[in-house]
Each structure stands twice: as C-alpha cells, then as structure tokens.
Design a protein around this ligand. Sequence first.
Ligand code: KG4
Ligand code: ZN
Length: 355
Amino acid sequence: MARILGIESSCDETAAAVIEDGSNILSSVISSQIATHSRYGGVVPELASREHLRAIVPVVRLALEQAQTELSALSAIAVTQGPGLVGSLLVGITYAKALCMARGIPLISVNHIEGHIHAVASQNTIDYPALALVVSGGHTHLYEVREGFKYRLLGKTRDDAAGEAFDKVAKLLGFGYPGGPVIDVLAPHGNPEAVRFTLAKMKGNTLDFSFSGLKTAVLRWYEARDMTAEITARRELLASQHRPTLEEWLSVTPAATLDLLASFQRTVIEELLRRAVRAADDIAARSLIIAGGVACNSGLRAAAEASHLPYAVFFPAVGLSTDNAAMIAAAAFPKLARGEFADSTLKADASLTIG
Ligand code: KG4
Ligand code: ZN
C-alpha cells in the first residue's frame, strides 16, 4: 500500500490530499481564495502567495488527519512544480521540501497539467492512445497520451485559455470571478443561436486555439449597447451576496444578455470539441479525456455526449475538475513506481511544459 501526500498551490487554491495506490482518495482538502480575488475580477498574485502562506500548514494537517495518516506512513510527498504563479508555487514547494527533509520522505515533482489529466485517468479505465483536452483558466491544450503516460503536445491556445475567456467575459459584464460557473448556469436561459460569432481560423497548426477574436466580438457587442444599469445591478448583487443564486442572477440579467452568454458558451464549446475530435481522429484515439476547470461546464459535457463519438469520453468526477491535490498525488504514483524523485534543488517553473 503506497500512500502519497499531494500538495497543490499553483494558482488560487491551497490544496492537500492523500491517495492510496494511485487512485483511492483518502482525503482531499481545498482551501479556495475565490472570496479574496473575486472583487478584483481575477487572481491577484501577491494576495495569492499571502493566502497560500496562511493556509498551507492547516490544509496539509487536515488532509493527513482526514486520511488518518501519519507522515511516517507516506511513501512520498508530491508537489506541483508548475506551470502557475511563481510566488504561489514556491509556497507549496518550500513546504513539501521541508517536510521531506525533516522526515526523510521522498519528494516527487508534478506538472499541474499532467495532474489534470490524472484527475481523470486515475479514476477510470482508459484505453490508450487517448486524446486529452486540458481546459482551465490557464491552459487549453491538446495532448496525445500513450500507455505509460507519455505525452505529445498536438495543439494549444495562442492567446487566452478557454477558462480565461469565460472569466474575462464575465468580468466585462459584471458577473464577478470566476466566470465559468455563472455563465454555465445562465447559458441555458438564453438562445445559443441568437448571436453569431465567427469561429477562429488558424494558420499553421490548425489544432491550435484562439479565443481573442471571440473576446473582442463580445466587447464590440457590449460597446454597442448601454449596459450601465444592468451591470451596476449585478455589481450591487455581488457586493451584497457573495454567491448569488440563479434566480438572483436572472433578476438582473435581461434576455439579450442571456442570449449573448448562451451564444458565447456555445461558440467556446464548438471551438473546443471540433479540434479535440479532429485531433482524436488524427491519432486514432481510443478514448477522449476532457480535464481542467472548464470540464465542469454542463454545456460542454452535454455537447460531448450528443456527439456520439466512436470512443469513450471521460470527464473528471466532482471535486476533481478544478484545482485540487488529489490529482497531483495521483500523477505522482507512476513516478513513484519508476523511482523518479526530485531533490532539494527543485525549483518552481512558472511555464513548465509536458510532452
Ligand atoms: O483548473 P482550474 O481550477 O484552474 C486552472 O488551472 O486554471 O480552472 C479554473 C477555470 C476558471 O477559468 C473558471 O472560470 C473555469 O475553470 N470554470 C468553468 C466552470 N467551472 C470553472 N468554466 C466553464 N464552466 C464551468 N462550469
Ligand atoms: Zn488547474
């Protein structure tokens, strides 16, 4: 029985988890900083590091306690090396190193994107080769995943990540941060055909993504209208109520704006799925893995299902889509088996890549 403690602090979640044998989640603790960042409409790096510093010790302690695991019972401690915010990554890495050194526990470094893939791979029986679409606030990447977790990057965003596009549109229209969950619940109340957006045409690698054109189109739509009253109403709602209900959002969002949100979300989903399906065909994929925060999106899940693809499509379980440490511990398991350890020279790498 190998138990790994995972530590994740790459962005705005401080998380720790204990996993047994690569898939059995004994505990998964996530301390979110959303309340700190939401009023700024995005993550403020300086505040993020400070919050991680505050949270790291209690979060790790709680994860061990809930898993009824002593440090001495751990086979390794896994930590996110990157990509992410360097000041945030440093908090997790420094703490993981200190625990490993003090207790003589092996250290394993994990790539955050690989973690998102393992959030799905560790909980399902995947046939390889698989195509992985990793869609979050920081990434929109397509990877070929072969047996033994060998990766090849097939395409990525040239500008914004898909989650970032959700967040920026939400911020522009006064829906706060993060934007994905709000747009997700409001989109079904609008007409997805109402606003026609042009799909991105990519020169060079046609498996790359671009969301800047879509973002600009939303900005033009916004500039052509006077939205002051509804945006003010939404900001007031957010200020009075940290997490407004669907009914409250609907009461401050006219039909035209709901149509915009529905059309925007439909376009993002179309951009994501058409490239993922093409890439999957290119590599004769036997499974499709969709991971990362945007994989929570119900429209994306429904569209993937409605496509009746000739291979199985896997999404993360609840709690494993957005940032968490269970996925970091899961990704470390094959590395433990291969004896791939890090040492005290491990450094944060804000733009770490895989494949
Ligand atoms: O994976 P994650 O927690 O952090 C990164 O690694 O970036 O993803 C966060 C992103 C945010 O941009 C958020 O708006 C988006 O995931 N997100 C969603 C949904 N839930 C979270 N996007 C669309 N629909 C959702 N339901
Ligand atoms: Zn992430």
